[in-house]
Design a protein around this ligand. Sequence first.
Ligand SMILES: [Zn+2]
Length: 302
Amino acid sequence: MPLVSSKEWMLKAQKEKFGIGAFNANNMEFVEAIIEVAEEEKSPVIIQVSQGAIKYAGLEMATEMVKAAAALASVPVVLHLDHGTDYLQNVRCLRAGFTSLMFDGSALSFEDNVKMTAKITEMSHACNIPVEAELGKVLQIGDNNSAETIEKAMTQSEEAVKFVAATKIDSLAVAIGSVHAMKDRTAKLDIPRLKKIRSVIDIPLVLHGSSGVDPESIKEGIANGLCKINVATQLSVSFVKAIGEAYNKNPNEKDMRKILLPGKNAVKDRVREYMGYFGCKGKGIITGAKSGIQSSEIKHHE
Ligand SMILES: [Zn+2]
């Protein structure tokens, strides 16, 4: 199927109380791994590409790889810009064919964040493409992450109401206790804060930094209004570990595919595990859609 907009699928997730996995991809193995699992589990899926991934793969390759893989899938696939930090990056991604955008103005003052987000939403809505924005700040590992700093950076519900009304965004990334790039799944979400935000905001809510959150806490978050769950670090760590092990097992291997395929399979296992927490399996069935996806194989002498 061609790429789909995140809008209707996130509204469906909100209504039916499941989460859609938004998995970061940087290369072909990740794109294939994520879409193959979505197909096998009949789940909608969001592939997201960060500005770093665009620098790494190039905008054209990043876009076309996802389009090509999505075209073979029978389940809905969204291509989303993760943490676009400027207006022109959003314009370039819109033109390239992204079906969901994000502006991250969390480093700006509230007023400047509103101004820039509203400008991007106006431009993007002219092409019917939805926009996610962030209010409060999901910190990075390595920032000064004391309990006080994390709490200080969290989303305030009164401010969120003003922000959503002034910007007309389609989904809101909330800071409720997660931290970007954590490897250990130990963080717990501030569920009372999430409930408070949910009670005053009616658009879908997004969780960033989910790799470091206890899966039970993620499930509770989904039950309380989170609709899009971003996962990057856990996939990357699984990939690196598996290719390291494959290499160590056979350092004389000449066929790079035999080193990379275990990495891809490790990413598939992680995506499947997360989809289990999100409750999205079986939610992406589209009547009449056909799949042309085949899992990678390595045969001798090919
Ligand atoms: Zn993020």
